[in-house]
Write a protein that binds this ligand. Structure first.
Ligand code: ADP
Ligand code: MG
Ligand code: ZN
Length: 533
């Protein structure tokens, strides 16, 4: 007993000592590491965070960028210059110091910049605009100077500033005045760009999807005076992008990329890359050796409308409600001449929605007409009206539809000049610009009276659409019930199946009619891909 006690006393002493040393050692280790890091941080603070990437590292060439032929044409000059800056000097030509790649997200701006450096086989300094923005005044500016110094050492080379809007926002605006860190950084950037000489062989490429908020000084000659627009791909571009990415996966003989390209208007290059990847994952999950056309289509729906959530438990009451709600959208859509063609309907939850009526353009659209917009609002109203007619009560499920309809009606009145009463005048609310800290003092002249008239017009458009939806569903109540019952049983139905069930002709004579006057809008049409429940 005693012996044992002594033994355990010794043991516990040693144990405590060891633990003590360990703890002291750990504290010492952490402390010194902290100190070392802090020291390093202080030294590196003004150093640029730009990463130098050698051309072999990413291996991107123009061939990897599908479509975008104009953009490639415009950047070819930069490539030629980077290959041999002196040649241009001797010829006396002036080369732009910078070019700005603009376009929606995922269209391949970053990819394009890499391809330029790859084609010219020069190093590539990559930095994101937000890397310049720091808490302490002056840090960003010294980072800019450091980056240009580094680049000059490695010339010829390419500096790529991604998301330049983070530093390049318009100065002198915003709440709290303009004197801030960002402004200093921007000034440093402008000074450095002005200081670039032709023989130095440094080109600055920048990318943004908000060219409209950039400081005008950035776009002046000698800076980013060349704008290269990279737009969403058209059908041919999409086909090429699909081809590029399909090389990386195994495709079944049934796969028809033409069909996929046709049915994906509005998809960016990144969406298409994602689609191909999802198709490969779906095939793998189902133990198929190669991705089939069905996989591709399911992947497209997933990218477009969000993933299915089969596992979610839906109470019976909600399933019934969803079935009638979606059937309401569908039947109304089928009787709208100018609506977006029906794609399929499901009461399987997808993304945040309980069910979905999916509509899909058959081809690329660059504008939408007034009648098409009106029909889109009528289709939106179909869900709510079906609930009302069937259950004599209404639910919160129509929230998304109501928001979409209201926004579209508002845009029709205030932006597209489609209301006779208001006329072709612009009454955009500039809340977005206030948020961006721009034009805060400028307000569109708009009287109280006009505001009231706008409200009345928006309301009229939506209410009339609801009336039209009610008329359609009252006249075709039998179809509504039949489709809803079928949906409860089959959960997902394609447009063709629905037409067969309802005894409608297979192809759609209404939408084939093209007596529509296209609205002369330059921007891509606002699309209404889906009405959620
Ligand atoms: P952005 O910088 O314009 O947001 P990215 O260059 O980052 O877009 O593109 C993201 C991804 O999308 C790329 O890595 C590529 O896989 C794919 N992608 C986009 N556009 C194209 C294109 N034109 N050709 C091939 N792939 C593309
Ligand atoms: Mg990018
Ligand atoms: Zn709905």
């Amino acid at each position: 007993m005693v012996f044992r006690q002594r033994d355990s006393w010794y043991k516990s002493l040693i144990f405590n000592l060891v633990i003590g040393f360990l703890i002291i050692g750990l504290i010492y280790f952490l402390f010194t590491r902290q100190l070392r890091n802090a020291g390093q941080g202080a030294m590196q603070f003004g150093k640029s965070k730009a990463r130098m990437i050698l051309p072999g590292e990413h291996g991107k060439k123009f061939d990897d960028v599908a479509g975008c032929d104009e953009a490639k044409e415009e950047t070819r000059e930069i490539v030629e210059y980077l290959k041999d800056p002196l040649k241009f000097k001797l010829l006396g030509g002036k080369i732009p110091h910078g070019a700005l790649l603009t376009g929606p997200p995922g269209t391949g701006k970053t990819l394009m910049a890499k391809a330029v450096s790859g084609e010219a086989s020069v190093p590539f300094f990559s930095i994101s605009g937000s890397d310049f923005v720091e808490m302490f005044v002056g840090v960003g500016a010294s980072r800019v100077r450091d980056m240009f110094e580094q680049a000059r050492k490695h010339s010829p080379c390419l500096i790529f500033i991604d998301e330049i809007d983070a530093v390049g926002r318009s100065r002198f605006t915003g709440i709290g005045g303009g004197h801030d860190e960002r402004e200093q950084t921007l000034n440093a950037l402008l000074v450095e760009m002005d200081g670039l000489e032709t023989q130095e062989g440094v080109i600055v490429l920048a990318a943004t999807n908000r060219a409209d908020v950039l400081d005008p000084a950035l776009l002046r000659p000698g800076r980013f005076d060349r704008q290269i627009i990279i737009d969403l791909p058209d059908i041919r571009g999409r086909r090429k992008i699909l081809d590029v990415h399909a090389k990386t996966i195994k495709l079944d003989a049934s796969a028809d990329l033409d069909v996929i390209a046709r049915s994906t208007p509005g998809f960016s290059g990144a969406d298409l890359a994602n689609l191909i990847n999802e198709a490969a994952l779906l095939a793998a999950r189902n133990d198929r050796p190669a991705a089939t056309q069905k996989d591709l289509e399911e992947a497209r729906d997933k990218v477009c409308f969000g993933p299915e959530r089969r596992s979610r438990q839906i109470p019976d009451r909600d399933r019934r409600l969803t079935a009638w709600h979606e059937a309401g959208h569908t039947v109304v859509n089928l009787f709208c001449k100018f609506g977006v063609p029906l794609h399929k309907v499901t009461i399987i939850p997808r993304g945040p929605a309980l069910g979905m009526t999916m509509m899909m353009e058959k081809e690329d659209r660059y504008s939408r007409s007034r009648q098409e917009m009106l029909d889109s609002i009528v289709t939106d109203m179909g869900g709510r009206v079906a609930e009302e007619l069937t259950f004599r009560d209404i639910t919160s499920g129509a929230q998304q539809d109501i928001a979409h309809a209201t926004n579209l009606a508002h845009a029709m009145v205030c932006s597209y000049g489609m209301s006779e009463k208001i006329g072709p005048l612009k009454y955009d609310d500039n809340s977005e610009h206030i948020y961006l800290g721009r034009d805060i003092t400028k307000k569109e002249a708009c009287s109280e009276e006009t505001l009231r008239e706008i409200d009345i017009e928006v309301k009229r458009i939506v209410m009339e659409a609801a009336d039209r939806a009610r008329a359609i569903l009252t006249a075709h109540h039998d179809m509504l019930d039949k489709l809803a019952e079928a949906l409860l049983e089959r959960e997902t139905m394609s447009a063709a199946e629905i037409r067969e069930l309802l005894g409608l002709p297979a192809d759609d004579p209404a939408s084939a009619e093209s007596s529509v006057v296209p609205a002369p809008a330059a921007e891509p049409a606002p699309s209404a891909p889906a009405s959620e429940s």
